[in-house]
Design a protein around this ligand. Structure first.
Ligand SMILES: CC(C)(COP(=O)(O)OP(=O)(O)OC[C@H]1O[C@@H](n2cnc3c(N)ncnc32)[C@H](O)[C@@H]1OP(=O)(O)O)[C@@H](O)C(=O)NCCC(=O)NCCS
Length: 199
């Protein structure tokens, strides 16, 4: 990142926001990832040593949101929707088109939802507000989230766990366990041999 917070290789004419910390050896492919970023916290996004965020990654972070990407975490085009805390721990790998969300942003009550879309029509910017309180999400150290998956509010994916492609994770995933499907269910634990190098 250059001193003026632009990225020398960027195709988008943006800057990395002032309250985003990017470690020297981390890689952010484009500042477009911050188009939806609105965090007002002292530290809104932290990107650790050697971590990478590639094209398609969107930090959709509200005013009270804070996202932490650990050392060598790799986010390959995910939407991170955060109104409280999203933690993606060291060496975690998030594949294409994944959604990690700590907040639904939309009221569950149909009348409240209707009122909200009416208000939206007269609001600038046209952004939904309200909904259930945010619940922090954590993707553990060395976990792997397969493509097109969704990790819902309040979920912790344990260290070294694997979420199969196109899964919807509604409850916590035990460490070193493979889950898949909608809703995601355990398939099996990793074997000792598979885990030998994963801790
Ligand atoms: C989960 C995964 C890692 C395979 O794990 P595995 O232990 O080898 O699982 P298997 O292939 O032996 O399948 C075990 C069972 O789970 C089911 N299963 C596997 N992946 C599934 C998925 N994504 N969704 C639903 N069911 C799945 C299989 O159909 C099988 O079911 P059965 O026992 O009824 O026959 C793999 O299927 C997967 O989804 N990989 C993600 C790939 C990816 O996202 N790559 C992006 C590059 S970063």
């Amino acid at each position: 990142m250059a001193a003026d917070r632009t990225l020398p290789w960027d195709w988008f004419p943006g800057k990395i926001p002032a309250n985003v910390t990017v470690a020297d050896s981390a890689y952010v492919e484009t500042s477009f990832s911050f188009l939806l970023y609105r965090s007002e916290r002292t530290s809104g996004v932290t990107i650790g040593r050697g971590a990478s965020t590639y094209l398609g990654t969107m930090f959709d972070v509200g005013p009270n949101g804070r996202v932490s990407l650990g050392d060598y975490a790799l986010v390959h085009g995910a939407r991170i929707i955060c109104d409280a805390d999203v933690t993606i721990d060291d060496y975690a790998l998030i594949s294409w088109n994944v959604v990690v969300m700590d907040s639904y942003r939309v009221p569950l009550d149909p009348d409240a939802r209707r009122d909200e879309v009416r208000r939206l029509a007269h609001r600038q910017p046209r952004r939904l507000e309200g909904g259930a309180p945010a619940q922090p999400v954590c993707v553990g150290r060395g976990a792997w989230i397969g493509f097109d998956s969704c990790v819902l509010p309040g979920v912790t994916v344990g260290a070294g766990a694997i979420v199969g492609a196109r899964s919807v994770v509604t409850v916590d995933v035990e460490p070193f366990t493979i889950v898949a499907g909608n809703p995601a269910r355990p398939i099996r634990r990793l074997t000792d041999e598979e885990m030998a190098h994963g801790r």
